[in-house]
Write a protein of this length. Structure first.
Length: 60
């Protein structure tokens, strides 16, 4: 993903937050290395994509 301000490639990251019901939630984001602008997304990370693909292959 490209930063809209400085047009550089953004790095990915995850923050883990504690919810009110005691469970933890993960918020994924892309962060610009130059201007430190964060864009939060709802897309899964690489490991979750791989788990989903391997589960699809096992269930066939």
């Amino acid at each position: 993903m490209l930063c809209k301000r400085c047009m550089t490639v953004m790095a990915t990251g995850t923050t883990y937050e504690q919810r009110r019901d005691g469970k933890s939630s993960a918020r994924r984001f892309h962060e610009c290395k130059r201007c430190h602008d964060k864009v939060y997304t709802k897309e899964p990370n690489f490991q979750e994509c791989m788990n989903k693909a391997s589960n699809r292959c096992r269930n066939k």
